[in-house]
Every structure is written in C-alpha cells, then in structure tokens.
Design a protein around this ligand. Structure first.
Ligand code: GLU
Length: 445
C-alpha cells in the first residue's frame, strides 16, 4: 500500500525547489490514491515512483544576438516526461521567469492530458527563460533559430513533437520549423501549430478554446442545462481566450470579460464580433498583454490591477496561467452565482479554489480534460503530416468534437458521484492514470 503522505514527503525531498510540480503530483494522487492502492500490481511495479520521475530532462544554452549587436544568453529545457503511449508531445513556453519546476509540472500534466485525447501521444514540455515582450521580429527570429539549433538534436516526428504555449505562437513555430528544415532537409511534422501553408492543421489555433467549449457543452448537458444564453467570464487574452470567446458567442453565449497583465476588461456587449476577435489576434501577436487597448477601442470598461472574477457570471473559464484563480476568487465567483468552472489554462486554479468549487456544488473541470482540445488537434496535425494529406475544417472540427465528448465520457465513467453529479477531477485523473500506468505495465520496465 502506498502511503500518500510518505510518498509526497519523499517527492518533496527530491524536488525541494519545485512547488508547482509537487502541487500537480499531489493534485493527481490525492484524488485517486484509493484506485492506486486498489490494485497491488501498481505498487509492486513502483508505478508512482516511475510516473513522477521524467524519462529525461535536456538543458541547454541559447545564444543569440539582439538588435544592438549584443550577445544574449538564455537557459532552455525540454522535459521528456513519459512516452509509454506515444512520442513525447507538448508545448513550448517562452517566459522570462520560466523554471524547470514549472516545466516539470506542465510535462507531468501533459502526460495525463494527452492520454485522455485517445490519440497515441506521450507527455513532454519545453521552453526557455526568454522574454518575448518588446522584442523585434528579427530578434524573435534569431532567438527561435538559435533555440532550434540545439533542440533539433533531441526531437523527431516519432520521438518528440513540440508545439507552442505561452509566449510561443504560430510565428515562433514558423521560425523554429524553418531552422529545422534547413538543418535536416526534412518535411516531417516535427512541430505542431504550424501555419497551414507548410503542414499545419486547419483549426489548430482555435482548437484549445473550441475544445473547452465543446467540453463545457457536455458538462451542461449532464446537468440538463445548455450553453445558449449563458454569461461567461474569462481571464487572459491569448490564443485560448480568443477561441473560447469565438465559439461561445457562435453558440449563443456571451463572454463579458478578458484580462491582461495590468487588469481586466468588462465588455457588457460581449466579445462577440469578428472585429473584436481580430483585435484579440493582433493583441496576442504583440505579446504586450495590454487589454486596456481593447477597452479603449470598443468602449468597454477597464479595471486596473483587478481580476475578472468579481463580475457576475454563470460560467468561468480561466484561460491565462497556472494558479491564477485562488480561494478568495473562488468564493467571489460562487457568491456571484457561478455554476461552472472550466479550467482552460493548465492548473489554473489553486488546490483550495478547486476544493471550494467542488464542495459548493460547482461543476469544475480541470485543465487536463477541458483544455485537451489543443493538443488533440496537434495529434490530428501529426496524423495529417504523416499521411501527407489535409482534412477539411469540417473534418477536423468533427474529430475534435468527438474527442472532447469522449474525454467527458471518461470523466463521467470514473467520476460519477453517488448523488449523480460528476467529480471531474477524480474522473480525469483516474481515467488517465489507468491508461498510462497500465500501458507502462504492458511494456515491462
Ligand atoms: N501547449 C498546449 C497544451 O498545454 C498544446 C500542446 C501541444 O499542442 O502539443 O496542451
């Protein structure tokens, strides 16, 4: 029998400076320890020890020249966490304060998330402590090329397939892929999130947000409710927020908030027109996070220094970054009548916030289930690249929709409570743990 506290103590001892990684592991294990201990084969095969230790971590130096002709030096990593189910797969984060601990938490979560998609993908994550804010296009290009110069040694279409994440979008993927092609003379799908002109999948940019809404629709259906007419608060302004706003409005709901580094926007009219979505796309590309510009442009209200969770809403979609929604925010949301929280960022809610939602009748979907649409579409991009073929928007959308429905079903199968409601945290963790752990057992050690 595993003793959860003793296991966590040892993990903490081995990873003393990685609080987010510890939080992510505890989040998974505390919800399924009975399932783990219910099958002695897991402990006999040291499955928890193996699943919480990455297969390998690559660390490298990135050297590039800024516009002043000075040399800049950054630190980068690729965490190849677990490839039981398929090639390592996961995004690339470029943020100034990035640490290995953050990447380990993301790669750990990614392993579980990817297993829920039903597609053959293992888990990985990478990135660099590079700050894209204020960098010129040429600087971004020189940095991306230098990053790929080293990374190309460790990745491949059947080994490890990176994509984007915070600070790394279509432009950065393009520059990295350009470098990869120059070095390898290959046209393989070694990165996903590529532009459609050179092997990308249609709908990949929209997929995380669309997927979160498709998942939310299933949550609503399970409670005999519907999306139409719902008032939605979201945080963030990037790719995920944009996709959520677009799909939610197309399906008759109204997204009334957005947020950036310096505050949030309340748009009572709703973020529901092509003009507003285009504006968001440009804002994301600028890497500034200045949502006040949106408020100015569309006559919405800007609240400096505040989060959007004080706004009355039926549903909340955190779409920014880890631990962005805490206990105080959770209390405010519940008091304001929020009934659904669909975590669209990775580990967007603190454990206390999650617990508060779950004990107050809120249907709470964790990121590894709700935001899996992005990586699922990446998996579809890998398939299309391997086939040297392209599916239409309708075909990709249908597959994405089916995948999100099947993730919801897995959560229900493993997470239905006695009172009929669904514990999505347990459901997502149990279904994905079983998938990864049982596959590892079949592969031996
Ligand atoms: N960064 C995204 C995530 O957190 C996408 C990863 C991918 O497409 O590989 O799932």
């Amino acid at each position: 029998m595993y003793d959860l506290e003793a296991f966590m103590k040892e993990l903490q001892r081995k990873n003393p400076d990685q609080p987010e990684f510890i939080q992510a592991v505890r989040g998974v294990l505390s919800s399924i320890i009975d399932l783990v201990n219910g099958n002695p084969v897991y402990e006999k095969n040291r499955i928890l020890e193996r699943m919480t230790e990455p297969d390998r971590i690559l660390q490298f130096r990135v050297e590039w020249e800024n516009d002043k002709g000075e040399l800049e030096v950054n630190r980068a990593w690729r965490v190849q966490f677990n490839n039981a189910i398929g090639p390592y797969k996961g995004g690339t984060r470029f943020t100034k304060d990035l640490t290995l601990g953050t990447l380990k938490f993301l790669a750990f979560e990614q392993t579980f998330k990817n297993s829920l998609t039903t597609l053959p993908m293992g888990g990985g994550k990478g990135g660099c402590d590079f700050d894209p804010a204020g960098k010129s296009d040429r600087e971004i290009m020189r940095f991306c090329r230098a990053y790929m110069m080293e990374l190309q040694k460790y990745i491949g279409p059947d080994t490890d397939v990176p994509a984007g994440d915070l600070g790394c979008g279509g432009r950065e993927i393009g520059y990295m892929y350009g470098m990869y092609k120059q070095i390898k003379t290959e046209n393989t799908g070694v990165l996903t999130g590529k532009d459609m002109s050179f092997g990308g999948s249609i709908l990949r940019p929209e997929a995380t947000g669309y997927g979160a809404i498709y998942f939310a629709e299933e949550m609503l259906k399970d409670r005999g409710d519907k999306l139409e007419g719902k008032r939605i608060a979201i945080s963030g302004y990037g790719n995920v927020a944009w996709g959520v706003a677009k799909k939610a409005s197309q399906l008759g709901a109204k997204v009334v908030t957005l947020s950036g580094r310096k505050g949030f926007v309340l748009d009572e009219e709703g973020v529901g027109t092509q003009e507003k979505w285009d504006f968001l796309e440009a804002l994301r590309a600028s890497n500034t996070g200045n949502v006040e510009a949106y408020a100015k442009r569309f006559g919405a209200k800007f609240f400096p220094g505040e989060k959007p969770w004080g706004v009355k809403c039926d549903m909340a979609f955190p779409c920014a970054s880890q631990n962005e929604l805490d206990l105080a925010d959770a209390k405010t949301l519940v008091a304001g009548g929020c009934k659904y929280v669909v975590e669209s960022s990775n580990m967007g809610d603190t454990p206390e916030a999650t617990e508060y939602f779950q004990s107050h009748g809120v249907a709470f979907a964790p990121g590894k289930a709700a935001n899996a649409g992005g990586v699922a579409c990446s998996g579809l991009e890998m398939s299309q690249d391997a086939m040297h073929y392209r599916w239409s928007a309708a075909e990709v959308d249908e597959k994405l929709h089916e995948i999100m429905q099947s993730i919801h079903k897995a959560c229900v199968d493993y997470g239905r409570r006695a009172d009929g409601t669904v514990d999505y945290v347990r459901g997502a963790n149990a279904a994905s743990f079983k998938h990864v752990a049982d596959t590892m057992l079949k592969l031996g050690y």
